[in-house]
Design a protein around this ligand. Structure first.
Ligand code: 6PG
Length: 246
């Protein structure tokens, strides 16, 4: 593990009490956003989907009144999406709207949705233009924060083991193949994710222990353990976890 930490300059932030851990992450999220807004006038985030972010988003919303964060200057992107309508129960956009965007009144014009109603290739091409235009307009090439999860197979975003998306180093957004639920996916690629100024993983639940062990202690093999392909070129990679790593 020490070698991995040294290689990626990652930090493991362990909290035995999951609820307290999410409160800590929520506080750090808002503090980071506030700093970014002071420095650049806005805070851009690329958010992952799944179940874990729901608990964190609730904590962010609950904590928000205690801080001055201008939520009208937060720009929301998605690390990945299923190819479903925006009202589909599996839509990451729907989950993040309901648990974060709407409760915090983040302007919808600041939310850049992957058009899951399109086929994966069309949605990927469309989203890549949206991301490029956003960065081009602001002279930035990176999100302030990419907030990712870890699948039990060590995937992250929709970068699945042995997927061609893992070997994409030119495009920023590509089709990600199918997740375990059988839905076509669209995903950010390693170049886009790794260019983020901060990359945080939310790794909670005993069912993630094996994947986390592979991530930290396994031989370096992003083809089989895609989360190993994520590292912060800017040195701010944090694994927030309730799993005590031996
Ligand atoms: C998605 C996510 C995916 C997720 C992991 C963990 O769209 O599903 O981007 O990478 O983060 O699968 O999901 P859980 O939080 O549900 O365990």
């Amino acid at each position: 593990m020490e070698e991995w930490i040294a290689r990626t300059r990652a930090r493991v932030c362990y909290g035995k009490d999951t609820d307290k851990l999410f409160s800590k992450i929520a506080k750090e999220f808002i503090e980071l956003g506030t700093r970014c807004q002071k420095e650049a006038g806005f805070f851009s985030v690329a958010l992952g989907g799944g179940r874990t972010p729901v608990k964190l988003n609730e904590k962010i919303v609950k904590a928000s009144p205690n801080y001055y964060m201008d939520w009208t200057k937060v720009f929301v992107f998605f690390s990945d999406e299923r190819c479903v309508s925006k009202n589909h129960s599996s839509s990451n956009y729907k989950m993040i709207c309901e648990t974060l965007i709407e409760p915090l009144d983040i302007p919808k014009c600041n939310v850049f949705r992957i058009q899951g109603e399109l086929n994966a290739e069309a949605a990927a091409a469309s989203y890549e233009k949206i991301v490029m235009d956003f960065f081009g307009d602001r002279g930035k090439k990176s999100f302030d924060l990419a907030l990712l999860g870890l699948g039990e197979d060590c995937h992250t975003a929709s970068l699945f083991p042995e997927s061609s998306a893992l070997r994409e180093y030119m495009r920023l957004i590509v089709p990600g193949g199918r997740g375990k639920e059988g839905l076509e996916r669209v995903t950010m690629t390693f170049p886009l994710i790794n260019n983020s100024n901060n990359i945080w993983f939310l790794i909670c639940g005993e069912e993630k222990r094996t994947a986390f062990d592979h991530l930290l202690k396994g031989d370096y093999d992003p083809w089989r353990h895609p989360a190993q392909g994520v590292y912060s070129q800017n040195g701010n990679l944090v694994y927030f976890t309730d799993i005590e790593v031996m």
